[in-house]
Write a protein that binds this ligand. Sequence first.
Ligand code: NAP
Length: 331
Amino acid sequence: MPEWHSLKAYNSLSLDAKAQQLRFLSNPNDIDVWLDEASNDNLPILLLGGGSNVVFTQNFAGSVGIVTLPGIEHVSSDDAYHYIAAGAGANWHELVEWTLANNFTGLENLSLIPGSAGAAPMQNIGAYGVELAQRFEALEAIELATGRARRFTCSECRFAYRDSRFKQEPDRWLITRITLKLPKQWRPALDYASLREALPSSHPDAQEIYNAVCRVRKSKLPDPKTTPNVGSFFKNPMVSHDQMERLKNAHPELPFWPTDTGYKLSAGWLIEQCGWKGKRRGSTGVHDRHALVLVNHGGATGAEVWRLALDIQDSVQQRYGITLEPEPRII
Ligand code: NAP
């Protein structure tokens, strides 16, 4: 039997899961060949971008396609926006850096988010009060079952808080290229206190915001290269007005933010209150500077990480009656 392929280098938790087949997709022809091959061999398929939002709890008996479609370009401008396109395999942070180096502003709050440009729409990445949907024009994708290409406008992507139609329909679409629209009339997004406190003045330029976001993230979040992780392991829970009233009465110290439909809570805060911050269990654990980040201290399996996540979920449920929902995809 041919040897299976380790996925360790292709997921940011550094989990040594194996796949039956591994293919790199760097141009449209690679995608056609990969889909034909998997179909002929009757293999299930799985797509990976930067591997920064996936937890392998077991091996994958199928073919993994790693999307490496390259390229970043300024495609056009109109009165209000510059339109920037990127191949799905472009590294997200390098895309942010490229825009700033070319004087296109608007992505600075989203600096240092791990992963690829093609994965960004999956969960509508967001940080420090800006989310992808606000800077998004359209994307191109291939329907895996038919090989048909399709363009999705921003509204067709059904973006929501860390969510999209692509997250809701896993394994249906391969995103090949995204187009962003960056405003010509730039205004800094400074709603987050944690960002404001890190800035040199109350009127920063985009480069200063970029510098501050990078500095804060580096100080709080572990670098996946040295301490493997998938960033936030849980989404921030959303609760209704009624639930919020009950929670405020029982836990007056609980932080919350109003949203269009109710309130958002901080998953990290809830986990920290349950005593998990910095806890270590075998080769896995909770990061000591950010309770939302589960880490692999070396040699952890996905099953161990997932067991820890379930125990964290359980203790938040017991103490606050809130169910935390994982942010990464669990395989
Ligand atoms: P933080 O700024 O102290 O934020 C803590 C939590 O409070 C976050 O979950 C954030 O919600 C919420 N929050 C703070 N100020 C808010 C405001 N003015 N309005 C609404 N919500 C507010 O520090 P942090 O935990 O290091 O997060 C910083 C940013 O980076 C956040 O936006 C976070 O989502 C993002 N981040 C994302 C990941 C990831 O893997 N997805 C990992 C680390 C950090 P939101 O999370 O909704 O913004």
